[in-house]
Design a binder for this molecule. Structure first.
Ligand SMILES: CC(C)(COP(=O)(O)OP(=O)(O)OC[C@H]1O[C@@H](n2cnc3c(N)ncnc32)[C@H](O)[C@@H]1OP(=O)(O)O)[C@@H](O)C(=O)NCCC(=O)NCCS
Length: 167
């Protein structure tokens, strides 16, 4: 698969796992883990990067195994990725973790990765496509990508936390 800007889009392989996890450590500032750390300091003695690396590793390894992960490559370097899952019983395909390294943003790569994932969901026969994202500023680009591709907001939600005091 090739598309605009001399970017190659292809199914991810096990070799892509490490670069994807490395990018996620670099970019996942907009996520829940970073927000928790900003509010409360280190959680469980580890930085948010360790938590996202762990979840990304698990989710992307599973997606690669199921052939549900694509990467965008620029000159042999992984620039971004997208993942998805399908639920045949409900006929819903869900876009999962996706991201683009900051050096390659604003060139349509993120949109193309999600568009191609949607094509896969469509060819799997799903009736509905879904994705969950944040309403914070860090997720603004992701929302722009999803809305550009035709997603419409269904339910807006909020994640509350409070510190419990023990005396
Ligand atoms: C979301 C992400 C993958 C987009 O990658 P990208 O390659 O830059 O995406 P594109 O170039 O295809 O499109 C980005 C769009 O976001 C828009 N955008 C960027 N920053 C924005 C902001 N702060 N507010 C609103 N829109 C913004 C761009 O204008 C562009 O839309 P346009 O083409 O209509 O102008 C990338 O920003 C990223 O990795 N973000 C962090 C990880 C993330 O949020 N992943 C999704 C988790 S749900």
């Amino acid at each position: 698969m090739t598309s605009p800007n001399s970017v190659a889009y292809r199914p991810a392989t096990a070799q892509d796992l490490e670069p994807i996890v490395a990018i996620s450590r670099q970019i996942w500032h907009m996520g829940m883990g970073a927000a928790l750390e900003q509010r409360y300091g280190l959680i469980g003695g580890k930085p948010w990067q360790d938590y996202i690396a762990q979840s990304m590793h698990t989710a992307v390894a599973q997606a690669i195994e199921r052939d549900n992960c694509l990467v965008a490559e620029v000159d042999g370097t992984v620039a971004g990725w997208s993942t998805w899952q399908t639920d045949e019983s409900r006929s819903i395909g869900t876009i999962g973790y996706n991201g683009v390294h900051p050096d390659f943003r604003g060139r349509g790569i993120g949109t193309e990765l999600v568009r191609l994932a949607l094509e896969q969901i469509r060819s799997a026969g799903m009736r509905i496509a879904a994705v969950t994202t944040g309403l914070n500023e860090g997720h603004a680009a992701a929302r722009a990508v999803y809305e550009k591709l035709g997603f419409e907001s269904l339910v807006e939600s909020v994640h509350y936390t409070m510190e419990l005091h023990h005396d």
